[in-house]
Structures are given as structure tokens and as C-alpha cells.
Design a protein around this ligand. Sequence first.
Ligand code: AMP
Ligand code: FES
Ligand code: ZN
Length: 429
Amino acid sequence: MFINYGKCGIGKINLELKIIGKCSRCRRGNAIINLRYAKQRLCKDCFNEFFVNRVRKTVERFRMFKPDERVAVAVSGGKDSVALLHALKLAFPKQDIYAFYINLGIKYYSDHLERKVIELSENLKVPLEIYDLRDEGYTIDDFMLTKYGKKMCSVCGTIKRNIFTKLAMKVKADAVATGHNLDDTVSTMLSLFFAGDFEGIARLKPVLKPLIKGQPRKIKPLIMTPEIEDLYYVALNDLPVQECGCPHGEFTPIKGIKRYLDMMEEEQPDIKFRLFSVFRKKFVPLVDRSREEIQEKVVECKICGMPSSNEICSKCRRVMELMEIKSGKEMKFEVSFEEVESMLREGNVILLDVRDKKEYDVYTLEGAINIPADEIERRWRELRKYRKTHKIVVFCNSGRASYAVTMKLRNLGFKSYNLKGGILSVQSS
Ligand code: AMP
Ligand code: FES
Ligand code: ZN
């Protein structure tokens, strides 16, 4: 069985699951998954059972919610939160579970994910609440105009966290569950450690109590689940999941510390679990103890009412900054084919085809060069000589992968534009 995650080239993962012997649990089925840390090789059914059981045990062990409580699950359409909603529903069939999705207004991305989340919640018969940032008059893409343009994931995280709380309160949930997995948690712990942000580490608990009474607690039922197993779970169960990564995200799904942890795992299969346990049991209590003396002040944000350490919370401050800039400027990262033609007449334009080499060889725009989307991270330097002098028009078939490349090039200081609708729009016109 082949797993093709992030088919469009952005955040691509290709894996093959092969039969590796008999299942160590049922002894009948063909094992396809090797859990080295548990010294087990499991077949599909036993893996599913193992996965769901671990979610159940994690919830119980950390007392994440009680049987009579309402749990709101934040579903992004990515592998982690899709696996989370599915497994929670199986582990707690009687629980009052709600799903919510935030449409961040990211082009070629957010609407696609919304369709996946609707499909999943319909299949599972879970009520879904959708929140659209455009109704507030802005999108995450708009932040490209601001000083946060180089830190899109961070500003996006601030906005999302604020809305999670708001939505959970709207549906009267006692807990908000997110899809953060073991790898996310351990890699964040390490990077906060390197940055000396020990209080940040103390916030990475499986259950985070609300800062203001009456608000929901935040829970992470996948905190003991290695990231790769979320991918196995969605693939084995054929769940609707994103096909293309976020245009503002990194091009490779595993980077920096995560890659380093994966390397360590080769020699020590349980390293992620061990690190998590050391941080949680030894380190966090130390930080918590020293923090008790400094009581942080928490107030309600004057604008949105969510918990904040200042009169106006960081989300509202960022949105205010954006609105001021936005009123004077138009976002112009996409161009039509007619606009490309006139840009070409003016000169100093590079046409960049980011489709596969095969597609490029069959047909491309005249004069276009080819760097496939999944090679950009490695090869963007080939374009460096044009950074000061040329505009770069990026295209793929639909405009989706090329939009992500356009954003990446913008962040690297290029004047890049996406061909709206991709090459298909040129051929059909
Ligand atoms: P991320 O910070 O993108 O890795 O997301 C972490 C978790 O936040 C996911 O596993 C989801 O549970 C939740 N999440 C992220 N984006 C959204 C979204 N657009 N709508 C709802 N939940 C989200
Ligand atoms: Fe937030 Fe990509 S989903 S920046
Ligand atoms: Zn606010």
C-alpha cells in the first residue's frame, strides 16, 4: 500500500507499507506496521485498535474530560486532527463531541480543507461549527502585507488560539481538543529549551487549565501518539484529509529538531516518549514551583473578551495593525494571463514552471524554466541572480502549488506573482 500525503508537492510524504510478517497481537493478520518502541509488528485491525486504545488511555490518564462533558475538537483537515476526531469518536462513542473548523481564508488551501472537514464530520455524524475569518474582514494571507509576513505561522497561531477559545465558548464546550502529537510536543519542548523559554515548556501540558474561570480547558489527546502513526491511521482508514500543505508553511514536513529527533529514534526507538516523560515529570514541576511566586495577571481583552496579559490581547493588536495597513493597500500576489503578457512586454520577467519535469517537457509557456515545487527548497538559489532585477511569475496546473511557491519566494525577498488559475486557465481561454 502506498501513502501519498500532500500530493501537490507541498509538504509531500510518500511511504510504502509492505507486509513484514505476521501480526504480533492476533498472530493471524499480515503485519504492515512496525512499532519499534513497543517491539510490535501490527496488522491493520490491530493497529487501529492499538491507536484508539492509546487515545482512550491518554484521555483517562490525564483526566481530560468527564463522561457528561462537551468536547470541542479543533479540526484543521490535516492528518493529526482528522485522526483525532475519528479516534475520539470511536474511543468515546457516547461522549458529546463537537467539531469546529476555522476557515483562515488562505487561497488554494482553506476552502479545500473546509470540504474535507465537512465530509469527515458528516461521515462521523458529528456537529460541525465553521468560522470564517473573512467575516471579520481579513484573512491570514493579508498578514503578508505586515511585518508578520515573515512569520506567518506564528501570527496564524495567535489568531487561531484566540478563536479556539471563542468558538468553544460559543458551543458551550468544557474542553477544546487539538491534534498536537508527540513529535510536535517534544520538538517544541526542545526548541523552547534552546531558546531558554522555560515557562513556554511548562505550558505544553497534556491538559491546560483555563486562565479565566468558566472558559474551556485545552487538551491534547494525541500527545502520546508519534506523528507518523497519525499518517498511518488516516491512510489505512481512508479518511478525508488535506492533499496540499499550507502555502505559508515550510516546504518539507519534517524539519530541524523533528528531523534530529527522527535520527535519534533510529538508535533509540523510545527516545521521544522518554524525553516527553523527563520534561513532564522532572522539568515542568520545577518551573511551576518557581512560577507560583510570580502570579501572572490575566484580564479579559477589551475588544474580544478573551484572556490576555494586556488590556488588548495579542490577536486584537495584530488585527488592528493589519487593518490600518490594509485600508491603504491591495494584496497583489496573483496575476491573470493578460497581465503576464503585458509584464513580458515590459521585460525582466522570469516564468517559473513548478510542475513535474514530465509535464514541463510536454507543454509549458514559452521561455519558462522548470523547478518542480517539491525541489524549490533545495534549488531556489538558482533564482538568486534575478532577485533584485526580475519579477518571477510562478505557475502550475491549477495555481495551487505555485501559490505556495510564490509565498515562499516573497519571503525570500523576490518579487513573485502567481498565475491565477494556473496553466489550465491559459489553455482553456
Ligand atoms: P498547527 O498549529 O497548524 O499544527 O495545528 C495544531 C492543531 O490546531 C491541529 O491539530 C488542529 O487541532 C488545530 N487547528 C489548526 N488549524 C485549524 C483550523 N483551521 N481549524 C480548526 N482547528 C485547527
Ligand atoms: Fe497557519 Fe499555514 S495554517 S500559516
Ligand atoms: Zn482580543
